[in-house]
Design a protein around this ligand. Structure first.
Ligand code: SAH
Length: 460
């Protein structure tokens, strides 16, 4: 280990900053956050520092550097001038006074280096490669910034105030440790991170009470997007890595399931045209049962859970059963197909509106679509679950007055490696699709925007 990491309690302590430019200002910003008493020694100040000096937020000594500046009241020294000789002198003087010194961007002359930080106060992450790999550190930091929720600091601060309450409710240390894990990973934290302290407080109350009885689980209803794993949201990914059990659709790409925590139990509730593996009522009941067993249940669906995903029915059931849940949206198949096939759903010149309909027949086999509204020009019609009845659908649209030459396309496996796009018109598409024998999920897009693909197709 080249450095011993520690954190300085600078509140109320004097820090001497030598230099008054932009670089010094950058450091002063951080020192102020830590509550240091800042003295800046420099003949001139940049605008930012000048404003701070005027406000009295720092003590400016308008003089060139001399060793006398490092006095008995100084705890820490920062050299931030653009003059290497001055910086070297500051470092040598501080060294002699047995004070830690940081020379900005010069680890060789520094006895203390300042790390890159991710600040979710009171949580602080400090990163350093000892000046060896700044780019790597920058990337790592960006990753952590994305990974750690913005309100994490508020959560930790608040949890700190709840410690006594939790210790009182759960006297047993081992059990308490488990409860803490559930707090940090469960609805208490997720409510607080969403900014709802009252709900977090209530969830904590319920959790502590439930710990006296049976454990309390929760359900995350998550949209996994059309298939490309890079289209998952950060929140979806986080939940996928926390779940105890995943109840998933068959529509999901295999690469997506690989991202679920490895030791999570997997339940395939997949539905296929005309072959329901699990009826919807059974899925609803299953979610409630798993949550009541105390599990964190990931209900993972293709696309978005609220677009032909029956997400509404599932959460209605959870609400009725008093099971806590959250809904995480995903990129719906129409968006995935449009983007990856190069067909914008709206376009100033060709489509001023867009409608999503389902081509899934009712139980009696009839297609109940508002045909007359799907026919006028100037809109894009997207049909989910429309492949089995594609011929009927196109024939009806023509019968209701749509031109047989209106462009239409089928996008199979949108956004996945196996994506296929078949382009035709209302008259020809059904036969072309039948010939292609699609096996993956397929979406039908009808309207002038289909023509744009010839120009806008960009993906592979
Ligand atoms: N909730 C999902 C839709 C579920 S309905 C969503 O928001 O995307 C199932 C239908 O979605 C399929 O019949 C197909 O029409 C469409 N679909 C889902 N994923 C698809 C994909 N990757 N490519 C093309 N169509 C897809």
């Amino acid at each position: 280990m080249d450095y011993f990491p520690f954190f300085l309690a600078l509140r109320g302590r004097r820090v001497l900053v030598v230099g008054g430019g932009e670089i010094a200002a950058r450091k002063v910003r951080l020192l102020r956050r830590a509550g240091a008493r800042i003295r800046v020694l420099a003949p001139r100040l940049c605008a930012e520092l000048d404003a701070l000096a005027t406000q009295g937020a720092l003590d400016w000594q308008a003089a060139p550097y001399s060793a006398a500046a490092i006095d008995a009241d100084t705890w820490f020294v920062l050299a931030a001038t653009d003059d290497e000789a001055v910086n070297a002198q500051v470092a040598a003087d501080a060294e002699r006074a047995r004070l830690w010194v940081n020379v900005v961007d010069d680890p060789r002359r520094s006895s203390a280096i300042t790390p890159a930080i991710v600040d979710r106060n009171p949580l602080l992450v400090a990163l350093s490669s000892g000046g060896r790999a700044p780019v790597y550190i920058r990337q790592l930091r960006a990753r952590l910034e994305r990974e750690l929720p913005p309100r994490l600091g508020e959560l930790l601060e608040w949890l700190g105030t709840q410690r006594a309450r939790i210790a009182q409710a759960i006297p047993d240390m081992v059990q308490r440790l488990r409860v803490w894990e559930r707090i940090v990973d469960g609805p208490v934290a997720s409510r607080k991170l969403a900014g709802d302290t009252a709900a977090a407080d209530a969830a904590l109350g319920r959790l502590l009470e439930a710990e006296q009885g049976a454990p309390q689980g929760e359900v995350w209803l998550v949209g996994a997007g059309p298939g490309d794993p890079d289209l998952l949201t950060l929140k979806a990914l986080r939940r996928m890595q926390q779940a105890d059990v995943v109840v998933h659709d068959r529509l999901l790409g295999p690469q997506i399931l690989d991202l679920v925590r490895r030791d999570a139990e997997r339940i395939d509730a997949g539905k296929r045209r005309s072959r329901h593996t699990l009826p919807q009522e059974d899925i609803n009941a299953l979610l409630v049962r798993l949550a009541r067993e105390g599990k964190r249940v990931l209900r993972l669906k293709g696309g978005d859970p609220f677009v032909f995903g029956r997400g509404g029915e599932e959460i209605a059931e959870l609400l009725a059963a008093g099971v806590p849940f959250e809904v995480i949206p995903g990129i719906t198949a129409a968006n995935g197909a449009a983007a990856y096939a190069g067909m914008p759903l709206t376009h100033r010149d060709h489509a001023q509106s867009c409608v999503f309909v389902t081509g899934h027949p009712r139980a009696d086999g009839a297609l109940s679509l508002p045909w007359a509204t799907l026919v006028p020009p100037g809109q894009t019609v997207v049909i989910y679950m429309g492949l089995t009845r594609l011929e009927d659908i196109c024939a009806q649209l023509i019968a209701y007055g749509a031109p047989a030459q209106r462009p239409a396309a089928m996008v199979e496996n949108a956004s996945r490696a196996e994506q296929r796009v078949i382009v035709g018109d209302l008259a020809t598409l059904p036969q072309k699709v039948a010939q292609a024998q699609p096996e993956g999920p397929g979406l039908v897009i009808i309207g002038e925007v289909v023509r744009l693909r010839a120009q806008l197709s960009w993906w592979r």
